[in-house]
Design a protein around this ligand. Structure first.
Ligand code: 3PY
Ligand code: MG
Length: 244
């Protein structure tokens, strides 16, 4: 049987993930008791340090895939995430197939790749971990620049890339547009992924946008993120207090 995240992706279901930036393992544990098809822990822009990350990954039950959006495309960033026990990574700012293939190679042990063995959770039973890892570890590469969009076909088809995830916020910055040009770029990347037979996800800012994007064919969207959820709850409560 295929590992969890790969199985979900291959079944073609639409995943609404919970995205965490605030760096709180407790918040991860509370939030996923409410649902969520997968968890993303953001090490690029979020507040997780290495110990928070280890604790947060430990809060995610085996029935929920846990991904880490890593700091950059380095082998060191890949190691930190996978050694903590994450099932997969999201690699930010990928612009070429060479970069995508190198990041994917860093996620797999030799001979499939060049990942270094270690980490507290893996070393608890390294033989078993190593046997499962190369099949289980799932590599998502983020397209979030105009250059990445131009190279979307070759990035999606790069060896050991399992899915593409569009960073819609950075892509809007790169294109200088959050309107028609962004929509066209999203379509271009989605079509390139369909042609390469790879799932395509997109960062979304709220649940309405997430389900709309799922309806357009995106496999992974962000159903909720901790920053917006906490802000919305505080705002609503204080409004209720003020208005009685
Ligand atoms: C983006 O939208 O640019 C992301 O990286 C998601 O946070
Ligand atoms: Mg980004």
């Amino acid at each position: 049987e295929a590992p969890l995240l790969k199985r979900r992706l291959s079944e073609g279901g639409k995943m609404g993930v919970f995205w965490f930036a605030l760096g709180s393992p407790a918040l991860v544990e509370l939030a996923i008791s409410c649902g969520g098809d997968a968890v993303v822990l953001d090490m690029q822009h979020g507040l997780f340090d290495r110990r928070d990350l280890e604790a947060a990954v430990g809060c995610v039950p085996p029935s929920i895939p846990c991904l880490v959006r890593i700091e950059d495309d380095s082998a060191a960033a890949v190691s930190r995430a996978l050694d903590a026990g994450a099932e997969g990574v999201l690699v930010p700012m990928v612009e070429t197939s060479t970069q995508a293939a190198a990041a994917a190679a860093a996620c797999h042990f030799p001979p499939k790749g060049n990942r270094s063995g270690g980490g507290v959770r893996p070393l608890a039973d390294f033989g078993a971990y190593r046997r499962a890892a190369d099949e289980a570890i799932t590599v998502g590469v983020m397209i979030e620049t105009a250059r990445g969009v131009a190279n979307a076909g070759e990035i999606a088809a790069a060896p050991n890339v399992d899915f593409v995830f569009i960073g819609s916020g950075d892509l809007a910055l790169s294109l200088g547009s959050d309107g028609a040009a962004l929509e066209e770029a999203l379509r271009t990347v989605l079509e390139a992924c369909v042609a390469a037979d790879k799932p395509c996800g997109v960062f979304t800012v709220n649940a309405e946008e997430a389900s709309r994007r799922a309806g357009q064919g995106f496999s992974i969207t962000v159903a909720a993120n901790d920053l917006s959820a906490v802000m919305a709850a505080f705002e609503a409560s204080y409004r209720t207090f003020k208005t009685g």
